[in-house]
Design a protein around this ligand. Structure first.
Ligand code: ADP
Ligand code: MG
Length: 334
């Protein structure tokens, strides 16, 4: 008989690790600093609302796919642009009454790498976090509208949040491995889902598969018991991807996943994202336009909480229909 797992996942350890992850999700300090917004919460309350910016009304976004001539687009991973893994309809998010997203309709065609681009502070992170309901962890958040996962509203009454966050997994800006071994990090979600405590041997195939998919297996297979914190930054980020993949998500949300990494690790992760697409849908926030151009099949451009334009990446980046998009991709602002 196989020995019992020697590193049982106690409730306390589980709670601690998840609390850490959620704190991480809520900590927008570095984003706010980057946007030149005070990071002290009392200061934030005192900041006068930004002067209203006049933007042209967003182009109608439904049905976006049919606006794009199919022959001229790069859409490597998207079989059918009308088959949406995830979509938002009229999504409004406010913090303490200050509206950040003003009725956002975005489409994430199944299997694609979907890039959300726009200048700092335009609401990309808020939008991304609303897709798997992390935004509501902020007590001041008010959320209206719909987020449709396979056509079903994730804000519906009967939604199991843990299941939702497995189906729509998230990788954050800063790698956040749990303070435990590489193996335990990846096994985390599987143990969480198991009714009976699984043995290490029974977990191994799934752990290996997730590490393989995340492109980390070859580097660490000889020492899975090493602390995750001893890995390099790029490896830690791939471990976080493996940990998320172990839950077998349909959608992978990534918030500037390379912004803390060196160019080589960045290239490694970009390559990985392109490999993963197809078998799942990736929604990635980036303010790095060059990165979006390299990896995106589909792109949405956000400005001041509105979607200005979205469509196949090639169309949005090469032949934008809106002046603000053209200015943004030309590097005039952002
Ligand atoms: N928890 C929060 N409480 C108050 N304001 C927030 C919170 N999270 C984000 N914001 C504000 O929402 C706006 C958009 O932020 P964010 O979504 O992080 O933009 P981006 O990711 O595009 O830089 C910013 O003005 C930011 O300060
Ligand atoms: Mg952000």
């Amino acid at each position: 008989m196989e020995p019992l797992d020697e590193t049982p996942q106690s409730d306390e350890l589980y709670q601690q690790a998840r609390r850490q992850e959620w704190r991480h999700a809520l900590d927008t300090t570095s984003d706010r600093r980057a946007a030149g917004i005070p990071t002290d919460p009392t200061a934030i309350a005192a900041v006068p609302p930004a002067a209203p910016v006049t933007v042209a009304p967003a182009v109608p976004v439904l049905p976006i796919a049919s606006q794009v001539p199919v022959s001229s687009v790069r859409r490597a991973h998207i079989a059918d642009a009308n088959d949406l893994a995830l979509a938002t309809r009229g999504l409004r998010v406010a913090f303490s009454g200050n509206e950040i997203l003003h009725g956002v309709d975005i489409n994430a065609p199944r299997g694609g790498v979907v890039a959300l681009v726009g200048p700092s502070g335009c609401g990309k992170t808020t939008l991304l976090r609303s897709l798997n309901r992390l935004t509501e962890l902020a007590p001041t958040a008010q959320i209206k509208g719909q987020v449709l996962l396979d056509g079903n509203d994730v804000y519906g009454a009967k939604v199991d949040l843990n299941l939702l966050r497995r189906r729509v997994g998230m990788v954050f800006q800063q790698p956040n491995p749990f303070p435990m071994s590489i193996f335990d990090n990846v096994a985390f979600a599987i143990r969480e889902q198991a009714r009976k405590r699984p043995t290490r041997g029974s977990l191994m195939p799934a752990v290996e598969q997730a590490l393989q998919r995340a492109g980390l297996w070859d580097e660490i297979k000889d020492n899975l018991d090493r602390s995750a914190l001893s890995l390099s930054g790029g490896q830690q980020q791939r471990l976080c991807i493996a940990r998320t993949l172990a839950a077998d998500p349909e959608v992978l949300l990534m918030d500037e996943p390379c912004s803390a990494l060196d160019p080589r690790s960045t290239a490694r992760i970009e390559e990985l994202i392109v490999q993963l697409a197809g078998s799942l849908t990736v929604v990635i926030v980036t303010h790095n336009l060059a990165q979006a151009r390299r990896i995106a099949d589909y792109a949405a451009f956000l400005l001041n909480g509105d979607v200005i334009e979205q469509g196949f990446a090639e169309q949005v980046f090469e032949t934008p229909t809106q002046q603000q998009t053209a200015d943004f991709v030309a590097g005039i602002f952002g």
